[in-house]
Structure formats: C-alpha cells, structure tokens
Design a protein around this ligand. Structure first.
Ligand SMILES: Cc1cc2nc3c(=O)[nH]c(=O)nc-3n(C[C@H](O)[C@H](O)[C@H](O)COP(=O)(O)O)c2cc1C
Length: 132
C-alpha cells in the first residue's frame, strides 16, 4: 500500500503534526509547496492544513483542486487551528465534488498543544495504516 503525507503550514504547527503522522505511517511528510503533485498512485493520502482568517491558504486550495482523482485511493485529513475545523469541511467539500473518497475521521490539534498531540497523531496514522 502506497502512503503519502502532504501539508501546508505557515507557522509550523501543521508541519509538526504532519511529521508525527508521517512517522506513524512510515513515510516522509512533504509540503504541497515543494510537492505540488502526486508522482505515483497513492492508496492513502494524509492531507493537512489550517485556517487563516477562516480560509485555507491558496496553496492548499490549489493542491486540492489539482488532485488527480485517478491518482488517489482515499484521503485522510488533519488540521491545526485555534478552534476552527473549517479546513476539514472545506477540503471535504472539494473532494466530494471531485469524487475522491475521504475518511470521515480526521485528526485535530489545537495550536497551543501541538507538541502534546504528537503522540496521538502518530497513533492515529498507525491505526489508519493498519485499517485503512
Ligand atoms: C493570520 C492568522 C489567522 C488565523 N485565523 C484563524 C481562524 O480563523 N480560526 C482559527 O481557528 N485559527 C486561526 N488561526 C490560527 C491558526 O489556524 C493556527 O495557528 C494553526 O495551527 C496554524 O497552522 P500552521 O502553524 O501550520 O500555519 C489564525 C492564525 C493566523 C496567523
């Protein structure tokens, strides 16, 4: 099973969680800025971002908009924020429109407790890889 972890992170919180997820999944976490496309078919794509003034960054939006439906089996989302989950809802909506399957389960970390959520993020990914 091919697994990938992609994220967009301005301040580093989502990157930290992406790296913990990647550790649990046994792969590398790559930013959508450096890896704007999946180069090979991916069974499980962990994808994360955060809201900035209620909106996801354009780079993440573009990544989702450019996702090739034939290149991904299922997406599992994660987000960090002060309180909002809207990045999850917005990405789900875009994935639905593209007919890309996604897990209803997602991982959340509040921005003031990023380090404290690293273990849970790793466990979340390990569990998802075991039972995708
Ligand atoms: C300019 C700015 C706007 C933000 N707007 C929101 C917001 O609307 N809702 C929210 O819950 N968090 C908001 N936050 C908090 C970020 O989503 C949070 O710090 C997140 O962890 C940032 O992820 P990153 O470190 O990966 O960039 C905002 C942060 C910044 C800097």
């Amino acid at each position: 099973m091919r697994i990938a972890v992609r994220y967009y992170s301005k301040l580093g919180h989502t990157k930290t969680i992406a790296e913990a997820i990647a550790e649990g999944a046994g792969v590398a976490a790559l930013s959508v800025e450096t890896e704007p496309r999946l180069s090979e078919y991916t069974d499980l794509l962990f994808l994360g971002g955060a809201p900035y003034a209620n909106t996801m960054d354009n780079r993440l939006r573009e990544y989702v908009d450019n996702l090739d439906t034939s290149m991904v089996g299922k997406v599992i989302l994660f987000t960090t924020s002060n309180w909002s989950r809207r990045t999850i809802y917005a990405i789900r909506k875009a994935l639905k429109a593209k007919n890309i399957p996604f897990d209803m389960d997602y991982f959340y970390a509040q921005m003031l407790n990023i380090k404290g959520r690293k273990g849970a993020a790793k466990d979340f990914a390990m569990e998802k890889v075991r039972q995708p």
